[in-house]
Ligand binder design. Structure first.
Ligand SMILES: [Zn+2]
Length: 971
């Protein structure tokens, strides 16, 4: 045992680490987090998505899992039978891609994985051996799965590890096989032509999970309208793309990038000019057509030429640096009235017309090009693009803020814009109506086509460029089926609780736009598509209802049921109650009782009461989680609560491998401590704020835990009851309130507030009590110690278990009960009166500051009861006249009407409900009782008088005494 009280902080941290390992071992040996299905107990099934095991996890992941664990532990203390399981996700291509790079001796990958392994394994030879084994993707996946488990254990997570599995295991494959057979019967899995994100390097569709940063910066497929502009004197057309085809009505010219490479291609019998990069995309979006390159040219060669638009406008081709050959077709038309980019490019060219000389074009041609107003938005008289560009102060077409300006105009016009053109087909239409109409018209006339492009440049984790491709014969899930959307909409709108509630809108939005989505690939780890086994179900599609598997997987293992017996009818019965247990037993050889037992387990634990994860999961995983549940399970098995937390940054900067500022979870138990980490994560930010990891703040948290621990240990040998005087009653009553307030905060998942109350508010309370009573304060600490430790157990489980034991408590705090608080006095009057003592000390100090002369004595003057009575009457709504009358008849106040008026007026300026919880007699008693305390805190001789006594002695301003605001006279 360390002699704790004399420990310095460095040793304290080491001591924390040593007790953490000890308690983790004890919890494990006693199986305290391995719940049984017990009908008599109310269950709480909490899940956090299983981690992807292609490498070690870092503190960003740690935030989500720690919050999950704090919730699990809190629910356990409030009487629930909590199931908190965990598994590992290995599905898809990323792990295979790493294995391949390791097999190919890719130096960067080898270095990275060598360093990952070295953080767990010391022996250098062993490290190389393990690295070598990673050529087998399953070895890589299971190595990190094991390490993630040990990291989680080292953080004290209360996980039931009997239920762990990974998504490459045959028993899991059997489960997903069942799921996909069900989905296919429902008609939501189909094969067909599909637009997908596609990797040019790996030549296959790749989704969010494969694309770099797609979880934080989503990749979306946009549908451009590519419009043909006939080049005069040629058979070719320039293909200019736009997201706003209605603006063709206001087109003034064409922009090309003079430096970019363009090609003339033959496409369906037509000759089109597009950027060379666009050609690659076009071939992937029209695999059925043979798109040949007929010739190449530089953008500069097109400048000065004239084209004719589908509406018959004759337009000049002009140069613009902002045109990106890598975006859509690499050519745009200019509509400077509504497009900020076009407006700025035009202004720049007008200011430097001589630049056109380089292309053999007379600079004067730009003089006649002016924005044409075609869209009216109420409140904007000028050209909309001009107004916004001037507001932002943008002067260059390469200014990044043009993106934001564009979005602003687009949004405003989308909702509030009206077409004010002469064209009979478009006049008076709203912007979205005009957009759809123009697009349909141009396409049906053969004057335009759809061109797909991403909302941003994107690369896969293996470095391949991602484009949009159209795939034939792709298996996809059709989330747009109306019956399915209706059911899921009903779940989100009517049933599901989302915390913090502000994220509900995001769920509703995703629900409306989600459509078809590829669900299988030709490569990767995972489960084969049951009816076409050369396809593998991809990672966002095999992770939607696996929480159901947690409810029975430990039984499958316990009874060693082999995967081939886990046939679809088995799951039909266990999860849906369909079919007949006897027949399934006959077919599989699994005993009927066992099948019934698993059915019971599922029925007890399901649905998932609560799923907690990070905000980036809303648009993919969580949405699919909801959809698949509504498709497969009856309503009473649908998810109930989803809660979310924001991400983690470090010292103000995003964490990234390239910056080298990532803190792996592995380092927490080694360089910090589990409880220190947990406490910091819980207290540093509310769930909906980004958590900025700051070393300085962690030191402060460590200080706090150190003080807390020492206070507890000092109280260890204290004997005797807490006195029932004003102070003892004040302390107990305040603590009683904190018990219920901190519980309320946790129930609302205001985890930060919970730590503020349960830890810092109690620490302050103890400090104040010490101020009042001196060293006797430890009696109060001892008095609350057990309850206080329980309240803090969810956030610092190891430290609280240890202190409980050191203070003589037995058993596991982690499975005890949240205190009811009923053993503490409930005494609001003492709370208010002792609180106001501290306020009084502050008031005296302020007076001394203003006085600037040495003082020796202060008289505290207490207001008489009639003043409280006046305020009571005022609060009842009585008028001043009747207040005065009533008081004059009950008290002897003749000639003191003005004082009554002043008392009421002072109060009405700054009403304080606490006044009505107290009596004047008690106020006087507490002050008398506290003369010592007041003298100690102010350094003055203190005398407490009733107002009437003070007046009789002629002490000035005595009549200013108010209820809870005694008058202070300093001598
Ligand atoms: Zn790729």
């Amino acid at each position: 045992m360390f002699a704790l009280i004399t420990l310095d902080k460095k040793d304290f941290l080491e001591w924390m680490r040593s007790i953490e390992a000890k308690w983790q071992k004890r919890w494990k040996e006693a199986g305290v987090f391995e719940p049984k299905a017990e009908e008599s107990k109310v269950k709480y099934f909490l899940t956090v998505p299983y981690p992807y095991t292609n490498g070690p996890l870092h503190i960003g992941h740690g935030r989500t899992y720690t919050i999950g664990d704090i919730i699990a532990r809190f629910k356990r203390l409030t009487g629930y039978n909590v199931l908190f399981p965990m598994a590992f996700h290995i599905t898809g291509t990323p792990i295979i891609a790493i294995s391949e790079r390791i097999a190919n001796k890719d130096a960067k990958t080898l270095d990275m994985y060598r360093s990952y392994i070295s953080s767990y394994v010391e022996d250098r030879e062993k490290v190389e051996e393990i690295l070598e084994s990673f050529k087998d993707p399953l070895k890589l996946a299971t190595f990190f799965a094991e390490k993630v488990q040990s990291d989680f254990e080292a953080l004290g997570y209360s996980i039931d590890w009997r239920r762990k599995f990974h998504t490459g295991e045959p028993i899991y494959n059997a489960f997903v096989t069942w799921q996909y057979n069900r989905l296919r019967k429902l008609g939501v899995v189909a094969k067909g032509e599909h637009v997908v994100t596609y990797c040019l390097l790996h030549k296959q569709p790749e989704g969010e999970d494969d694309i770099q940063d797609a979880d934080v910066n989503p990749v979306e497929i946009l549908e451009y309208t590519a419009i043909k502009f006939k080049l005069e004197g040629s058979e070719s057309s320039l293909l200019a793309s736009t997201l706003r085809p209605e603006t063709l009505l206001g087109a003034t010219n064409i922009w090309v990038n003079p430096e970019a490479e363009y090609v003339i291609v033959e496409f369906n019998g037509e000759r089109l000019i597009i950027s060379k990069k666009a050609w690659v995309k076009l071939t992937h979006q029209h695999v059925e057509s043979d798109i040949r390159i007929l010739g190449e040219l530089k953008g500069s060669e097109l400048i000065g030429k004239t084209v004719e638009s589908p509406l018959g406008q004759k337009l000049l081709v002009l140069p613009a640096a902002f045109v990106d050959p890598g975006n859509a077709t690499g050519i745009v038309y200019s509509e400077p009235s509504d497009a900020p980019y076009d407006y700025v490019a035009l202004i720049e060219l007008k200011a430097n017309p001589h630049l056109l000389g380089a292309y053999g074009v007379d600079g004067r041609v730009v003089e006649n090009i002016n924005p044409i107003k075609i869209i009216e938005v109420l409140g904007i008289a000028d050209h909309h693009a001009k107004a916004v560009v001037e507001k932002y102060g943008i002067t260059s077409q390469l200014d990044d803020r043009l993106e934001e300006a564009t979005r602003e105009v687009y949004k405003e016009q989308f909702y509030n814009g009206k077409l004010i053109v002469d064209h009979p087909d478009f006049k008076g239409l709203s912007v979205p109506e005009a957009r759809d109409k123009m697009k349909k018209k141009l396409i049906s006339d053969g004057k335009a086509m759809v061109f797909y492009e991403l909302n941003r440049r994107a690369f896969c984790r293996g470095g391949g460029e991602i484009i949009v491709a159209k795939i034939r014969d792709q298996w996809f899930i059709d989330y747009s089926a109306p019956w399915w959307k209706d059911k899921t909409r009903n779940l989100i709108n009517e049933r599901l609780e989302i915390i913090p509630p502000k994220y509900k809108k995001a769920f509703q939005d995703v629900l409306e736009w989600v459509e078809k989505r590829p669900c299988a690939r030709k490569r990767g780890l995972g489960t084969k598509l049951p009816w076409e086994p050369d396809w593998i179900i991809e990672s966002l599609s095999d992770s939607t209802i696996y929480m159901a598997f947690y409810t029975i997987v430990h039984k499958i293992r316990e009874y060693r049921i082999p995967p081939e017996k886990l046939i679809p009818t088995f799951f039909d019965y266990v999860f849906l109650g369909e079919g007949c247990a006897e027949e399934i037993s006959k077919e599989t050889g699994i005993p009927v009782e066992l099948i019934e037992e698993m059915r019971k387990e599922f029925n007890y634990w399901y649905p998932v009461d609560h799923r907690h994860t990070g905000i980036p999961h809303i648009s993919n995983h969580l949405t699919f989680y909801l959809f698949h549940h509504t498709a497969i399970f009856p309503e009473d098995k649908w998810p109930r609560i989803i809660s979310l937390n924001e991400t983690v940054i470090r010292e103000g900067a995003k964490m990234s491998k390239s910056k080298g500022n990532v803190i792996p979870l592995r380092d927490i138990a080694r360089n910090y401590s589990a409880d220190l980490f947990r406490f910091y994560i819980a207290s540093a930010a509310s769930l909906d704020s980004v958590l900025d990891w700051k070393q300085k703040e962690i030191e402060l948290v460590l200080d706090g835990l150190y003080r807390f621990t020492n206070t507890m240990l000092q109280a260890r040998s204290i004997e005797g009851e807490i006195p029932s005087d004003f102070y003892g009653r004040w302390f107990a009553s305040k603590f009683r309130k904190i018990i219920s307030d901190s519980r309320k905060s946790m129930e609302l998942l205001e985890v930060r507030d919970y730590v503020q109350k349960a830890f810092y508010h109690v620490m302050n309370l103890i400090e104040q009590y010490r101020d009042l009573v001196g060293e006797n304060y430890l009696k109060a600490v001892k008095y609350i110690s057990e309850d206080w430790l329980i309240m803090l157990n969810p956030v610092i489980p190891h430290l609280t278990e240890e202190l409980n034991e050191l203070l003589g408590g037995g058993g596991f705090l982690s499975i005890s009960e949240w205190p009811t608080g009923s053993r503490y006095w409930e005494d609001e009057e003492s709370e208010v009166l002792v609180d106001s003592l501290f306020a009084l000390v502050e008031d005296v100090r302020k007076i001394l500051e203003v006085l600037k002369k040495p003082a020796t004595k202060a008289v505290i003057i207490v207001a008489p009861e009639w003043k409280r009575e006046a305020l009571r009457l005022y609060r009842e709504g009585k008028g001043m006249k009747s207040i005065i009358e009533e008081l004059k008849s009950n008290y002897n106040l003749r000639g003191r009407e003005l004082e009554i008026v002043e008392t009421v007026q002072t109060f009405s300026r700054n009403p304080n409900e606490d006044v009505f919880k107290t009596s004047s007699r008690r106020e006087y008693e507490v002050l008398q009782y506290s003369v010592n305390f007041l003298e100690r805190k102010t350094g003055l001789k203190i005398e407490v008088l009733w107002e009437d006594e003070a007046r009789a002695r002629g002490i000035p301003r005595s009549e200013k005494a108010q209820p809870l605001k005694p008058a202070i006279y300093v001598d």
